[in-house]
Design a protein around this ligand. Structure first.
Ligand SMILES: [Zn+2]
Length: 320
C-alpha cells in the first residue's frame, strides 16, 4: 500500500515536472485585440457605466502590460444622433492609457450584405473621431478590422475591399484565435440583468477555461499548418465579461508562457504573408482561411472546442 502511494506520488511529480519543463520550453506570443469600442453591451446605456467598465478593463490591461489595440465603431459614441460626452470619455481612456486604436467601420455593417461603395463610405465615416484622438499622441490611424470578420464572399468582392484598404493605407488586422467569447458575453449580461451573481460567476469561470481550450486548439492548428507556433492574434470585445474576467484569462495565458505583444509585432511573423483565397460566408480564424486555401482535408479542422448548449441557452442564441 505504502509502496503504491510512493509510486503514485513519484509519478505525479514526474508528470508535473514534465509539463512544467514543456511550458518553459515553448515561449509563446499573443497580441490582444478588443473590438466594438467604446463598448459592446446590451443593457448598459448610461455613458458613466461605460466609463466604469472601461476603467475596470484598462486596469487589467495595465496590470499585465498588454499592448492592446481597440477597434472602434464611432456610431456607438452617439445617442439620438448627438455625441455623448461620457461615451467619448470612455474611448479617450484608451488613448490616455497609451493604447492603439483601429477602425472597425462606423456602424458595423456586414460586408457580405452591403454594396461595396456603401461599405467603403462607412469605413471613411468611422475615421473621424478616432483619428483626432490618436493625433493627441502623434499616432496615425493604421489598422482595420472587418466587422464579423467578413472579408468578402466572392473573389471580386474580397479583392475590391483589399484594394480599397491598401489605397487608404490601412493594414488589415487578422485574427488567429477566433472564438465564441461574444456568446459568453451575452450570457453574462443576461445573468447580470437578472441580478443572478452566482450564475455570472459560473459563466465567468467557464468562459476562462473555454478560452484557454480554444487557444490550445489554435496552437495545435498552427503547428499542423506551419510546423511551429506562430505569433497569435486574439479577438475579444470591450464588454462586461472582460472587464470582470480578462484578468483571470490573462493570468492563464501567462501560465502557458505567453508574452503579450502588440498587433504590429505579431504581424512581423511571416505566417501573415500566407496566401488567403477564402471566400466562405463565415468569419473564421485566419489559420483556417490559410488551411482552406491550402485545400487541406476536412479532418484537419477536427476537435475545435464548442460553446456548450447551456451557455447558448442563457445567451438566448440558437447556435454558434
Ligand atoms: Zn465587431
Amino acid at each position: 500500500m505504502f509502496k503504491n502511494i510512493l509510486l503514485l506520488t513519484f509519478s505525479t511529480i514526474l508528470i508535473n515536472s514534465f509539463s512544467i519543463a514543456q511550458n518553459f520550453e515553448t515561449q509563446r506570443f499573443i497580441a490582444v485585440t478588443f473590438d466594438d469600442l467604446p463598448m459592446n453591451t446590451k443593457y448598459l446605456g448610461d455613458g458613466n457605466q461605460w466609463i466604469e467598465q472601461t476603467q475596470k478593463l484598462l486596469l487589467t490591461i495595465k496590470k499585465y502590460k498588454i499592448p492592446a489595440i481597440g477597434f472602434v465603431n464611432e456610431y456607438k459614441l452617439y445617442v439620438n444622433e448627438v455625441l455623448d460626452s461620457s461615451r467619448l470619455k470612455a474611448l479617450q481612456l484608451w488613448i490616455d492609457a497609451d493604447l492603439e486604436l483601429g477602425n472597425h467601420t462606423f456602424s458595423h455593417p456586414d460586408y457580405h450584405n452591403t454594396e461595396n461603395e456603401e461599405f467603403f463610405a462607412d469605413i471613411i465615416k468611422g475615421e473621424k473621431i478616432t483619428k483626432k484622438l490618436l493625433s493627441q499622441k502623434n499616432k496615425m490611424l493604421e489598422y482595420f478590422r472587418h466587422p464579423f470578420l467578413h472579408t468578402g464572399n466572392s473573389l471580386e468582392k474580397k479583392k475590391a475591399l483589399e484594394d480599397f484598404l491598401k489605397e487608404q493605407n490601412y493594414t488589415v488586422a487578422p485574427v488567429t484565435i477566433d472564438n465564441g467569447e461574444w456568446i459568453y458575453a451575452r450570457a453574462y449580461e443576461n445573468a447580470y440583468n437578472n441580478k443572478d451573481s452566482e450564475l455570472m460567476k459560473q459563466i465567468g469561470s467557464e468562459y476562462v477555461s473555454y478560452m484557454i481550450d480554444k487557444t490550445i486548439y489554435f496552437e495545435n492548428q498552427s503547428v499542423k499548418l506551419f510546423g511551429r507556433e506562430i505569433k497569435q492574434i486574439l479577438l475579444v470585445h470591450a464588454n462586461m465579461i472582460n472587464a470582470d474576467y480578462f484578468d483571470e484569462l490573462a493570468k492563464e495565458l501567462l501560465k502557458r508562457n505567453y508574452s503579450f505583444i502588440s498587433l504590429n509585432e505579431a504581424l512581423t511573423d511571416s505566417a501573415y504573408e500566407t496566401e488567403d483565397t477564402f471566400i466562405g460566408r463565415g468569419g473564421i480564424s485566419w489559420l483556417h482561411r490559410w488551411s482552406y486555401t491550402r485545400k487541406v482535408d476536412k479532418s484537419f479542422f477536427a476537435g475545435e472546442p464548442e460553446v456548450p448548449k447551456s451557455i447558448l441557452e442563457i445567451a438566448e442564441i440558437e447556435s454558434e
